[in-house]
Design a protein around this ligand. Structure first.
Ligand code: TYD
Ligand code: MG
Length: 461
């Protein structure tokens, strides 16, 4: 026989305990434990399954081959970079969480895409933060005109639920999840419990009725999504919108995507009349560069599935007091330390008594190991005070023995360099076979190791 037992569950992390505690033992949050009833079988911990439930379970098991999948239908916009980040458009019934600092442009972006989806049917924009008049004012600035776009100023999830069930709009925008509440639950809007409950309702609506949702999520001062930690696991995709203060460009990143690849990024610029996609983002990050330069090198790096050309800038100064500084922005600091060690050992560069500064302008940063060779060349260039042509780029990962290792997606990287008028590129010898299968206008300089690079350097200047 089943009996009922009370347990306490943390609304932040899902931790379960038998007695109430003020602070969760697992995630350390205060006041997040909630009492719930849990039924236990009299058999205690036993996992006895009745024959009826076994029959039910058997029905849920199907052979791999018998499963049919519907051809992937996606809602598209005219903003190709946005569609690309989504994995080729918005999937029916998908729930996407969009996070970002206040004022970054979340509402602007979603209002623009809302208009784009109106070609497919009714689109509902729910704003708990602004009145329809305020949303309309923004929309006018963006030049939005559509009969299929509906605005709703509501925060009660029950009402929203009923309305969506009745009208079945194709896409719903919820701006923001922190303003919604469920009146059956005894806590104020914005608390982890409310956010979780409202998100669950949204997911239920989305999955059962094929309504797609964009949910705006605010982030806290330390950059986390305000709400339960589970929020990011509950939704299908998480996108983060960011930008440096005072700059007009914005970067949209996919941090999770069940219907596309993660770590994709797209660049937008915030203009007078809304956000504009920056299609040729490499050009964008490489502007304002001189013909020849000391300490600057371009590398084609992969972010998700797209290649971006980024510039690595290095500066060296004499260290006058204390321990030499290693100030690195946009590149892994440990990686730079490894590269300087390789430069000391394999190339005889005495960097020990110098302050080293490395910077990647543009705010994207390099995580791709193929950026190693470029970083090292830029360090060598400042150390030796030699100029490098800005029409030459470098691709390659470095090993501790100074060997230059093979990189993935070499063709994509070379094509991007060609497109932007580069003349030459250093590449790993290990990629030769793959490269020789195609024709490039670029001068390709193959390198096995750093010794070869030193030899070549004087010739290629
Ligand atoms: P908003 O979308 O309200 O940001 P969020 O929803 O993330 O808080 O964008 C606010 C900023 O964008 C605001 O500083 C004004 C600027 N903006 C433009 O520069 N151009 C525009 O066309 C619009 C609508 C906003
Ligand atoms: Mg907003």
């Amino acid at each position: 026989m089943a009996k009922v037992k009370n347990v306490y569950i943390c609304s932040e992390c899902g931790y379960k305990t038998n007695k109430w505690i003020g602070k969760c033992d697992n995630c350390g949050e205060w006041g997040t434990l909630e009492e719930i009833e849990e039924s236990v079988t009299s058999a205690g911990k036993g996992l006895k399954t009745s024959s009826k439930s076994l029959i039910n379970l058997q029905e849920k098991v199907v052979s791999f081959e018998s499963v049919m999948i519907e051809k992937d239908f996606r809602y598209k916009t005219t903003i190709s970079e946005f569609d690309r980040i989504l994995g080729g458009g918005l999937v029916k019934g998908e729930v996407i969480l969009l996070t970002g600092n206040p004022g970054i442009g979340k509402s602007t972006l979603l209002l623009q895409v809302a208009q784009e989806y109106t070609g497919y049917g009714d689109i509902l924009y729910i704003s708990g933060e602004e009145s329809p008049a305020q949303v309309k004012a923004r929309g006018e600035r963006l030049g939005i005109k559509s009969k299929n776009l509906y605005l709703m100023s509501e925060t009660d999830i029950q009402g929203i639920y009923e309305y969506i069930l009745l009208k079945k709009p194709k896409v719903v925008i919820v701006d923001s999840i922190q303003t919604l509440y469920n009146s059956e639950i005894d806590s104020i809007p914005g608390t982890p419990t409310q956010i979780r409950e409202c998100t669950l309702k949204i997911i239920e609506l989305a999955k059962k009725n094929e309504v797609s949702f964009f949910i705006v999520g605010h982030i806290t001062k330390d950059g986390k999504v305000a709400g339960p930690k589970l929020l990011e696991h509950m939704v299908d995709a998480v996108f983060h919108f960011e930008g440096e203060e005072g700059l007009f460009y914005r970067i949209l990143r996919s941090q999770k995507n069940r219907f596309g690849s993660t770590n994709e990024l797209a660049v937008f610029s915030m203009e007078e009349n809304g956000l504009q996609e920056v299609k040729n983002s490499s050009e964008f990050f490489l502007s304002e560069r001189d013909e020849k330069n000391i300490g600057s090198m371009v590398v084609p790096v992969l972010e998700g599935t797209k290649v971006f050309l980024l510039e690595i800038q290095t500066l060296l100064t004499e260290c006058t007091i204390g321990i030499p500084k290693r100030i690195v922005q946009g590149f892994d600091k440990n990686r730079i330390q490894i590269l300087t060690a390789i430069a000391e050992k394999r190339m005889g560069l005495h960097l020990g008594m110098k302050d080293l500064f490395v910077n990647i302008p543009g705010g994207i940063g390099i995580k791709d190991p193929a950026g190693d060779l470029g970083a090292l060349i830029s360090i060598v260039s400042v150390f030796k005070n030699v100029e490098i042509s800005q029409k030459i780029a470098a691709i390659g990962e470095l090993g501790l023995r100074g060997e230059i290792r093979k990189v993935f997606f070499i063709d994509k990287r070379l094509r991007e360099l060609e497109k932007l008028g580069f003349k030459g590129v250093y590449v790993p010898e290990a990629n030769r076979k793959e490269i020789e299968k195609n024709k490039y206008k670029l001068k390709i300089i193959y390198l096995k190791n750093l010794e070869e690079f030193i030899e070549r350097m004087s010739k290629d200047e």
